[in-house]
Each structure stands twice: as C-alpha cells, then as structure tokens.
Design a binder for this molecule. Structure first.
Ligand code: 9Z3
Length: 328
C-alpha cells in the first residue's frame, strides 16, 4: 500500500479525500450508522418530508492509535442542537450527527449548564419525584416538543468522536441522503479539525514522557467539501459554516469557500459573537442577522433567525429544480 507521503496532492501537502478513506479504517459502528440512517431516510422519502442533515460539535484528533491523548476544540454543539429544534419547528425531519456527549436538541435546556445541574430541577414529594414548580411550564413545552419529534420519527440522533469517524460518516451519510435530491439540506455546523495525524504516522501506544519536549507534526485534512458538493450530495442545498477570530478575514474567507466549492450558502460567524450575529452569504447576497440588546434580554436565539432564512433559500432551491436559487 502506498504511504500518505507518496500520495500527497501536487506538493501542497494536502491529500486527496479518496486517499484519506483508503488510508484510514472506517469506524466500527459504520454499518449500524448506515442501517439506521437508511431506514429514516426511506421513511421520509415516502412521506416527502424535507430533511436536514446537521453536523454538530467538535472532532477530536488522536495522538496515539490506542488513544490516551487527543487534540480537541471549543465547540460544544450549541449551534447544531439549537438549530435542530428550529428545523423541527419548521416541519423538517432532522438527522443530528453530533459529537458524542455534546449538546443535543431539547436535552440541551437541562444539561451543560454551569449554574444548575439536572437534579436541581427536581423535588421529592413523599415517595414521588416531581419537577420543581418554577421550571414546570418551560419543561412541559420542551418535553412535549421532544416527544412529538420522537413519536413522529422526525429526529434521528447519530454520533461521532474522531475526525476520521466524522469524515467516514459524512461521506456515507450524505450519499444515503442523496436519494432525497433537492429535498435534503446539509447544515455543516460541526467544528471540524483542519489538521490531523494519519494513522500510519501515529504512535501505537501511549506516548511516553521523560524524553524532553514533545514535537508534533500534523497533516492538513483533505478538503472534503469538494467531493461533497460535486459528487456525494450534488442535488441538495449545502450550507457550510465559516468560523474566524479576525473580523477582516471573515467575509473574504466565506466568499472564497463559496467560489472554491461552488455550493449555495456559507454562514459566517466570529468566535466571540457567534451567538449574537452571523452573516448569511450566497453567490449574490449577503445578509447580516443580529440580535438586538432587547432580543438578548428576552433570550431570543440567533438560530430562530438563521433557520427561517435558510428555509426560504431552500424553498427557492427546490422550486428552481436545484440549480438557480442562489445564483440570482
Ligand atoms: C461553526 O462555525 C459553528 O457556528 C460553531 C458553533 C462551531 C462556531 P458551538 O458548537 O459553535 O455552538 O460552540 N462551525 C463551522 C466551523 C468550521 O470548522 N468551519 C470550517 C472553517 O471555518 C469550514 S467547514 O474553515
């Protein structure tokens, strides 16, 4: 088998996505992932429901094949989990492909909160456990929305952990959804590592200390949006996210991604303001969506503005036969 070095793409140090899939082993639960997803997609294809494939949370990059240590990132999956609820509200079926143990739709209201733990919502009355009265109304609404989504088979939860896991499942998942053609939307909110250590270059066992400083060399992750847009999901509406910390780079980099990959929408956000403002960019438009101080005081979530905008773009994409909506 050729080594990654031999397969490097034109000297720029980036391997071809196909090569990545040849050089790394698929996750052990890939078959199970595919079976669940196929059943869900077939069900909604028959019902003609629109479906969104959401990716959410960060990927880890292992430093050892038998992994003790890994590189992670900041994302806790708030964007994806919150967006899933607004897509469900808009009538979509949702495949929620998330980093294991990151925020999940509906559950998110009661987890990952630094000031209140799940048990703090409960009280004991005689032998029974009840929800503390002050939380009752909100929890009733959240519970009922969650149960409706599950009862109507409109929410499928699938997870990933490593970058490699994510890429295998993204490829497989988008190819399964391709049968829905333009009725599918891909909402790529996961914070995917740009760098990784190929399996063949990784230490097999736990890296030992005692030898001084540790120097790591990471390869660049292949540009998976290229095959995703042109082959895996070519008929669906593809929404990628661009994250920056330097405001001067944000829009130019988002536009560069649209041009490079030829997909339909980039949602550009800054790390520090991502919960208050985003810019929705298509080839011919640029719209800033922002929360006012009053919105923030009323706990309005920016996703309640992003999702209707994307649903509108998706309407155009479907009615134009998946070709022209975003070119105007
Ligand atoms: C995003 O930009 C998401 O909005 C966030 C959400 C990761 C910022 P949280 O999970 O954060 O709510 O804490 N996602 C995409 C980030 C990304 O890696 N984009 C790549 C890039 O910027 C392109 S696919 O180059």
């Amino acid at each position: 088998m050729p080594t990654t070095e031999q397969l490097l793409d034109n000297g720029q140090g980036v391997i071809d996505p196909d090569v990545f899939f040849k050089m790394n082993s698929p996750p052990a639960n890939l078959k199970d992932f595919e079976t669940k997803l196929e059943q869900f997609v077939d069900y909604h294809q028959e019902k003609k429901t629109r479906l969104v494939f959401i990716t959410s949370g960060g990927t880890i990059v292992p430093l050892e094949n038998q992994t003790v240590r890994f590189i992670d990132n900041f994302s806790n999956g708030h964007r994806g989990a919150c967006s899933a609820e607004y897509f469900l509200e808009a009538g979509y079926a949702v495949v929620f492909m998330h980093r294991q143990f990151s925020l999940q739709p509906y559950h998110r209201h009661y987890t990952h909160n630094p000031s209140i733990g799940f048990l703090d919502y409960l009280v004991q009355k005689d032998d029974n456990i009840q929800v503390d009265q002050q939380y009752n109304d909100k929890m009733k609404t959240v519970l009922s929305n969650y149960q409706n989504a599950i009862k109507n088979n409109r929410l499928l939860l699938l997870d990933f952990v490593t970058l490699s896991d994510y890429l295998f499942k993204l490829k497989s998942g988008t190819r399964i959804l391709a049968r829905l053609q333009e009725n599918a939307m891909y909402y790529l909110a996961a914070a995917v590592s740009d760098f990784f250590i190929p399996s063949e270059k990784m230490h097999e066992h736990k890296i030992q200390s005692g030898g001084g400083a540790l120097t790591l060399t990471l390869d660049q992750v292949p540009k998976f949006l290229t095959p995703l847009v042109s082959v895996w999901a070519s008929k669906g509406l593809i929404v990628s996210f661009k994250l920056e910390t330097d405001v001067n780079l944000l829009v130019p980099k988002a536009r560069q991604a649209l041009t490079r990959y030829g997909h339909q929408v980039v949602v550009a956000n800054m790390l520090s303001t991502r919960k208050q403002t985003v810019t929705v960019i298509t080839k011919s438009s640029q719209q800033v969506l922002s929360l006012t101080p009053e919105d923030i005081a009323h706990h309005v979530e920016i996703e309640s503005r992003i999702i209707p905008q994307l649903v509108h773009i998706h309407d155009g994409w479907i009615s134009s036969g998946a070709t022209k909506a975003c070119q105007q």
